[in-house]
Design a binder for this molecule. Structure first.
Ligand code: SF4
Ligand code: SF4
Length: 356
């Protein structure tokens, strides 16, 4: 028998209090809180949402889980890490301000908010994993030094990984800037000169200064590109392409190995909750509101991040009647799951336990 994944059908249109109760009920199934001592550092890893984004997990949905944890320990905190790309989430000060704007303020969530890799993403710790693509993971120190981890992940499509859920939240989301760079280092987009209108918009979004304007089109300098994927998203002409087959495979395998590094640190001291609500083509790093690509499904919880993602994706496939993620980006997202299974991140077999 595989890992147990608890599922509660839900919709983002339900009152926030109802969703908070469902999240609490699923969380309690994991039998997690009894192990927490009053001086335990409990990291609540989430994504606070990019500016103008609306799809991120709402703090009001988490209040009951947070209240339970607060009664156990005075060292509970929300956390995320800084982004590779430029913008308000690239440094801790603006990142925290944006999180406040999105409702993660002390008066509403009652626990502090720390950016786990510090002011500019350099607070990094090395964790040995010795896997095929990653020998030593570079993780955010605020995650490494926590005693417990509760990982709240919003399942969405993703421009490079195909799908973003618990594995991505762990692997990419808990990495320091150096760790994110390592995972993106194989991603090398190119410009199709004929399709490029030379508008220059991508230059403004490239934090690495890797794009240069020439006669009639732009060009990407491979040696400067950090593989963040921003240019792919902002180019409205579809002139920027990735080698999806190679780049997306390597990135997903590295991401799964980074996820393994984090999951191995915590073992039974980690709990994972996925929110299959507001499921969009792109992730919450997109600085705009997005329309859902499938009806809301609900909340899922497990101690096994891989089983959790597999169950979440299976439910999305069932609800959409096909592979809605591949309709967005033609990327084989199963790489992260299959590689995760090979390296022992978790199980692809699961038992779905429904809790209405
Ligand atoms: S955004 Fe697209 S069309 Fe505009 S310069 Fe960049 S690659 Fe060319
Ligand atoms: S060229 Fe594109 S992928 Fe490379 S660093 Fe610039 S925005 Fe990111």
């Amino acid at each position: 028998m595989g890992a147990r994944v608890f599922f509660s059908p839900a919709s983002a249109s339900e009152p926030a209090e109802d969703l908070a109760r469902k999240a609490e009920r699923l969380f309690l199934e994991l039998g997690f809180e009894e192990r927490i001592g009053e001086e335990s550092f409990v990291a609540l890893k989430t994504h606070f949402g990019e500016k103008h984004n609306k799809g991120y997990i709402q703090p009001a949905w988490l209040t009951r889980v947070v209240d339970r944890l607060r009664r156990r320990s005075r060292r509970v905190f929300f956390t995320d890490t800084n982004t590779l790309y430029t913008g308000p989430r690239a440094n801790a000060v603006e990142h925290v301000r944006l999180a406040w704007d999105h409702g993660f303020s002390a008066d509403r969530v009652v626990v502090p908010l720390l950016i786990a890799d510090g002011l500019i993403g350099r607070d990094s710790e090395e964790v040995k994993v010795g896997l095929s693509r990653v020998k030593t993971a570079k993780l955010a120190s605020g995650i490494v030094h926590a005693d417990f981890l509760v990982c709240f992940s919003h399942i969405t499509g993703h421009i490079i990984a195909g799908v973003g859920a618990a594995v991505k939240n762990l692997g990419m989301g808990c990495a320091s800037r150096a760790g994110k760079l390592e995972q993106h280092s194989d991603v090398h987009p190119t410009v199709k000169a004929k399709a490029c209108s030379n508008c220059g918009i991508c230059l403004d979004y490239c934090s690495a200064g890797a794009i240069v304007q020439g006669e009639g089109s732009v060009r990407i300098q491979d040696d400067r590109c950090i593989g963040c994927g921003e240019c792919l998203v902002v180019c409205k002409s579809g002139a920027i392409k990735m080698r999806w087959d190679e780049d997306a495979v390597r990135l997903q395998e590295k991401m799964a190995e980074y996820a393994y590094a984090v999951h191995s640190l915590f073992g039974e001291r980690a709990a994972y909750l996925n929110f299959a609500l507001n499921i969009t083509k792109d992730c919450d790093c997109m600085a705009r509101a997005q329309k859902p690509v499938v009806d809301d499904i609900g909340l899922l919880a497990s101690s096994d991040p891989l089983a959790l993602d597999k169950a979440s994706i299976d439910l999305v496939m069932e609800r959409s009647g096909g592979d809605v993620f591949r309709k967005g980006y033609d990327i084989d997202w199963s790489v992260q799951l299959n590689h995760g299974s090979r390296i022992g991140l978790g199980s692809l077999d699961y038992e779905l336990v429904i809790r209405d």
